[in-house]
Design a protein. Structure first.
Length: 88
């Protein structure tokens, strides 16, 4: 499972050939959440409030890049890094 971004102690990953809906895995310490790419909503698990807001905002801003990564992960198994909020 490639790491596609790391910011504010949050690791964002995407599984190859993962189930729908398109989503990313966000890990912060021992906490994990699946975050839907379409709207940035947490669909499973949980993160602390501040980290959840950061991830939600980042997913919404980077939606097009994340969807491109999702398509690659599902078809040819390639993913690329996406800048975090502080990298903009």
């Amino acid at each position: 499972m490639p790491i596609i971004a790391i910011f504010n102690g949050i690791i964002i990953q995407m599984f190859f050939e993962d189930h729908d809906p398109p989503h990313v895995h966000a890990v912060y310490g021992e906490m994990k959440a699946l975050v839907r790419i379409a709207d940035g909503e947490v669909i499973r698990g949980r993160l602390p409030r501040r980290q959840a807001r950061l991830v939600t905002s980042w997913v919404r801003i980077r939606q097009a890049e994340l969807m491109e990564n999702w398509r690659h992960a599902q078809t040819d198994g390639r993913c690329f890094r996406i800048p975090g909020p502080a990298d903009d």
